[in-house]
Design a protein around this ligand. Structure first.
Ligand SMILES: NC(=O)c1ccc[n+]([C@@H]2O[C@H](COP(=O)([O-])OP(=O)(O)OC[C@H]3O[C@@H](n4cnc5c(N)ncnc54)[C@H](O)[C@@H]3O)[C@@H](O)[C@H]2O)c1
Length: 424
């Protein structure tokens, strides 16, 4: 297999060093370099641990070539990796100017090539870029159906690029469809790399890349705000955070990371507010005065999510709403700061007729509660699922006779069901 790489910056140089092997030759192109020697003297090649050794080894084995035009690189290969920079613009969007130029060059070169060619976009791009921009642009220049396009986000980190290349957290692809040839090429390209391969839709892979970095940033900001409160109050932040991460059941785990409905209940909102107040007023009424923009905006984020649910109900254009699941947790009778209860109050204030069903609550506990699911379903035009999945209520839907309710599922990110609306 012959691989070309367009863009030999941090990512491109790492791939240029780590991908070559006996039966995998790599040709790179970057307007910054006209000889391999120039590239070998670059900052990246000489500062990134182990990278220079991999480059020297590949060069000694004659597995590396530097092209002086993109055309030369593309035409010498079966697979092209596009690794150009996508820096931030002043308003925070990604600058796709280099990607535009590289796409133009790639498409022009591919016009001269008959047969199969796999193009893999490795640069970080906004969701939708591959589907709406990169691929159509490329196909417009080069309509050859043998050209296949995949997006593959890169997760390696500067300072440990070589180690991360061979041991990534995972390898993720995004494609509109995965034909057998594309799949086998992607598997061959990933043969030396550990971890699981995930085959996603293009937009999901693009979104995942941005989400991972946003999550990392969120974690840093969270740890720093907790640390700043600790510092102001003479608490050892190391003891707090080093122990916090030891909980791999609730803290560093998939728990609380599934899009769904708002958080609530007797503890989370109360204790979050208590932490924010503590940051402001400090120990025993002192004045810590710690700025915590992240922690102090979590309640606003939760409120915005509640509003999404209200808006989704309003957009149905229906009037009679049935909420399924009212207590803060299914199987309890605890209504304190229950998200469903908050939603019901908001909907009623907005003029909707609201009824509910909960396994553990009766009409005597809450006037809106019906005694059976069938009763609730029979009288509702919109059903809001707060504590159970669509499959659990489907057998009851016939009680209305016509399956005509709009169903808003706040519980799950499972594969979308045609009959169900979601807010996240
Ligand atoms: N640096 C990282 O740690 C990292 C990690 C993951 C993902 N990424 C993403 O990978 C992409 C590349 O990042 P980077 O840090 O390697 O960028 P970089 O700025 O270090 O390198 C980009 C290279 O592309 C070259 N280039 C520009 N136009 C070109 C063209 N038309 N043809 C060929 N080469 C061209 C530039 O000369 C430059 O050397 C970015 O989208 C970035 O967000 C970077």
């Amino acid at each position: 297999m012959k691989i070309s790489i367009l863009g030999l910056g941090y990512i491109g140089t790492t791939l240029f060093a780590c991908l070559p092997s006996e039966n995998r030759h790599v040709v790179g192109y970057d307007p910054r370099y006209s000889t391999l020697d120039e590239l070998f003297h670059s900052d990246v090649a000489n500062t990134e641990p182990e990278l220079r050794a991999y480059l020297d080894d590949a060069r000694a084995n004659d597995w590396l070539t530097l092209a002086t035009t993109p055309r030369q690189a593309v035409l010498a290969s079966d697979v092209t990796l596009v690794c150009v920079g996508t820096p931030a613009t002043p308003n925070g969007e990604l600058n796709l100017d280099d990607l535009e130029q590289a796409t133009q060059q790639l498409g022009t070169a591919l016009r001269e090539k008959a047969g199969e060619h796999l193009v893999i976009l490795r640069s970080t791009v906004p969701p939708g870029t591959t589907r709406d921009y990169f691929e159509p642009y490329l196909r417009n220049i080069c309509p050859n159906p043998g050209v296949r396009v995949v997006y593959q986000p890169e997760f390696l980190r500067e300072g440990s690029a070589v180690r991360d290349f061979f041991n990534p957290p995972f390898t993720v692809f995004g494609a509109a469809n995965y034909d057998a040839l594309t799949l086998s090429t992607l598997r061959t390209l990933s043969a030396d790399v550990s971890g699981t391969l995930f085959f996603l839709e293009r937009e999901a892979a693009e979104m995942l890349k941005l989400s991972c970095n946003a999550f990392h940033a969120l974690k840093v900001a969270f740890a720093n705000e907790i640390g700043a409160i600790c510092q102001a109050c003479g608490i050892d932040s190391g003891q707090v955070m080093d122990t916090l991460v030891r909980d791999t059941r609730l803290n560093i785990s998939p728990q609380y990371l599934k899009p769904g409905f708002t958080f609530g209940g007797p503890c989370l909102p109360k204790d979050l507010d208590a932490l924010c107040a503590f940051a402001q007023f400090g120990e025993l009424g002192g004045n810590a005065g710690v700025a915590i923009p992240l922690l102090s905006h979590i309640q606003a984020s939760n409120a915005a999510h509640l509003q999404r649910a209200v808006t989704a109900v309003r957009e149905t254009g229906k009037q009679r709403v049935g909420v399924i699941g009212v207590a803060h947790k299914r199987g309890t009778r605890d209504l304190r700061q229950s998200p469903a209860r908050e939603l019901m109050l908001r909907l009623r204030a907005d003029g909707f007729t609201v009824a509910a069903y909960d396994d553990c609550l009766t009409h005597a506990d809450l006037s809106e509660c019906r005694d059976s699911l069938a009763e609730l379903i029979a009288e509702s035009e919109v059903l809001v699922l707060v504590d159970r999945r669509y499959a659990e209520i489907e057998p009851w839907l016939t009680t209305r006779g016509d399956y005509s309710q709009v169903i808003l599922d706040l519980t799950t990110t499972d594969a979308p069901h045609a009959a169900v609306k979601r807010i996240c």
